[in-house]
Every structure is written in C-alpha cells, then in structure tokens.
Design a protein around this ligand. Structure first.
Ligand code: HMG
Ligand code: MG
Length: 307
C-alpha cells in the first residue's frame, strides 16, 4: 500500500480548541498563538468563528483576531486563515473583517444539527448554499465540514451513507474540500475506513479531509487508516486542545504534535518544524496552566529539559 508522499495539515486549535475552553482567552494570546503556528510552517490555520456570541462567547472577539492577524507583516508564503460562518450574518461579518476563506459546517446527524446550529440538516444546507453563493461572488474559497460522520452524541452510530450524502451536497454547492468530522472521537480504523469509503464513492478522495477528535485515543490510528486509503489532508489541534460545546464529553482534536511525529516517522512531508511547533504548544499550555495533551509534546519537552 503506497501512502501519500505529502500531507497538508489544517491547524484548528485556535478555533476548535479555544471554543471549548472555560476561560475566555484574550485576543492578544490567540493572535500570538496563531503567529507561532504560522512560524512553525502551518499553511492553513483556522483562526476563529463568526457564530453567535450568545452561543459561543469564546469566539466573540472574532473580528479583532482576524483584523490583528491580517495587519501583521505578510509572510511568504502567507498562511490561509479560514473562519467558520454558519449563515450570511456570520459571512458578512467575516468579510468585513477581511476573511479570505470561510468554512461552513453541516452534520450527518439531525439531532446534532439542531443542537449545534439550531436548524435541520435541510435548512442548514439552504443557509450554506447562500453563503457559498455570496463567497463565490467575492471569489472567496469555502471549505465544508460534515460533523458526526461516524457517531453522534445524541443518536449513536451514524450510517456512513448519511455523511456521504451531506459531503456530496457540500461538494456540489462549491466547497473545495470537505472535512469529515468524527466529532466525539468514537471511530476506530474499521468504522473510519467504512465511512471514508462511502464518502470517496461520491467525492474524490483528494477533496476529503479527516477531522478526528481523540476522545477514545483512536485518532492517530484513524489517521493511519485514512492515509492507507489515500487521504492526504488532516485537521489537527496544537496541544490537543478542543472539543465541541454541543458534544458533551468530546475531547480535543488529534494533537498537531502527534500527527507531525507520525508523518515524520513515515517519511511523509508536511512542511512543519517540530521544534517550532513545540514552542507554540508550550506557549498555549503555559497560558492555560496545564501540560499539552499531546504525549509526543510531553516526551519531547521532557527530553529537551533533561539536556
Ligand atoms: P439562532 O439563535 O437560531 O439564530 O442561532 P437566529 O438567526 O434565530 O438569530 C438569533 C440571534 O443571533 C439574532 O440576534 C441574530 O442576529 C444573532 P438578536 O436579534 O437576538 O440580537 N445571530 C448571530 N450573531 C452573530 N453571528 C452570527 C449570527 N447568526 C445569528 N453568525 C446560530 C443560529 C448558527 C447563529 C447559532 O446556533 C450558533 O452560533 N451556533 C454555534 C455553533 C458553533 O459554533 N458550534 C461549534 C463549532 S462546530 C464544531 O465544533 C464541529 C467541527 O469542529 C467539526 C467536528 O468536530 O465535527 C466544525
Ligand atoms: Mg471539531
């Protein structure tokens, strides 16, 4: 089995991670974290979300974060800073703050859709179509998410055909990439492979990404299984930060440090400098007053301090 020679990582810690922290992280800390992640070589960093501050107060400073990032001296190459936009209100606010790329987020579970964005899957797809149309008029890229592709915190196991159906709708709408969310991290290599096979039957595998939470410690195994199927884009979160406010008990995304270690060990290019990634990991862990959730980060940092 040939694994991909190169993988793209989409860093989601500043959004998926920090949306789930009890404490509100100051804007300046978010901006510095994102800068350090860019310094480590991450080329796509999900910066924030333009959702309701009543629903997710942790992201209420969305416009300030994006504006501050875009005001920094441009890097070569400049990373992309996609932001979540659930509707036209969020899209308009994101564009006003300078967004160049947005992400829409649907679900394969009806109950999760209602809990997360307060509408049915069908209604959400109508809202997202309006966002994609508005984005394409401005020539902005749109990434799509499908949550609960393996399991839902309310409905249990999800039929892979449901996730595939939603993924195809997002592709047809105009999303350039569809990220498949194991929102509660319940998948194993077998269930994740079944889910990807269903999705890849209707969406080219090059346009699919894996977004795996690590609640059961299976995320790295699931990434390896996905690589075996030819998937080459993965979402990950610095220090393993994260969860979803509407999926109780879901822990963070797979840690970026763990994914980079896996890829380096497999000889797969991802353009990320581990030493610099550890600097970003330590920075946010120190601010939050705890160790990174990543075992790789803890092991490498312990080795560094023993030197
Ligand atoms: P709603 O209450 O149904 O919205 O919320 P509404 O249209 O009825 O409006 C109610 C009020 O919200 C109005 O204000 C609107 O203006 C305002 P009022 O008139 O009462 O003062 N409003 C907004 N304000 C700011 N930004 C907006 C916006 N839209 C309406 N965009 C809504 C619907 C989608 C807004 C709400 O349910 C929401 O914000 N949900 C949060 C969803 C969220 O952020 N979830 C976490 C991210 S998804 C995730 O983590 C999964 C993922 O990682 C993949 C995976 O792991 O599976 C992506
Ligand atoms: Mg997530």
């Amino acid at each position: 089995m040939t694994l991909p020679a190169r993988v793209k990582l989409v860093e989601v810690g500043p959004r998926d991670g920090l949306q789930n922290e009890q404490a509100i992280v100051p804007t300046a800390i978010k901006v510095e974290l994102i800068e350090r992640l860019a310094e480590a070589g991450l080329s796509a960093i999900e910066a924030t979300s333009f959702v309701s501050p009543q629903w997710v107060p942790q992201m209420a400073d969305n416009a300030e974060v994006l504006r501050a990032l875009l005001a920094k001296p441009q890097r070569r190459p400049q990373p992309s800073y996609p932001v979540l936009t659930p509707n036209l209100k969020g899209f308009d606010a994101a564009v006003e703050a300078g967004a160049q790329e947005v992400a829409i987020f649907a679900a394969a579970s009806e109950t999760f859709s209602r809990k997360n964005i307060n509408c049915s899957i069908a209604e959400s797809l109508k809202r997202f179509a309006a966002v994609v149309d508005a984005a394409s008029a401005l020539e902005l890229k749109v990434r799509g998410y499908v949550s609960c592709v393996v399991a839902c915190p309310y409905e249990g196991a999800i039929d892979p055909a449901k996730g595939a159906w939603v993924a195809k709708r997002l592709l047809d709408m105009g999303c350039y990439e569809i990220s498949l969310g194991d929102t509660i991290g319940a998948g194993t290599p077998a269930s994740v492979k079944r889910m990807i096979e269903a999705c890849a039957a209707v969406v080219p595998i090059e346009k699919l990404a894996g977004h795996y939470h690590d609640t059961y410690g299976m995320a790295i195994a699931n990434i390896y299984a996905s690589l075996e199927l030819g998937m080459a884009v993965f979402d990950s979160s610095i220090a393993g930060l994260g969860g979803c406010p509407y999926a109780a008990g879901a822990s963070g995304n797979v840690a970026s440090e763990d994914v980079v270690y896996l890829l380096q060990g497999l000889g797969i290019e991802c353009g990320v400098d581990m030493e610099k990634l550890l600097v970003a990991s330590q920075f946010i862990a120190h601010f939050l007053g705890r160790q990174p959730a990543s075992k790789v980060a803890r092991a490498l940092l312990a080795r560094q301090s023993a030197r």
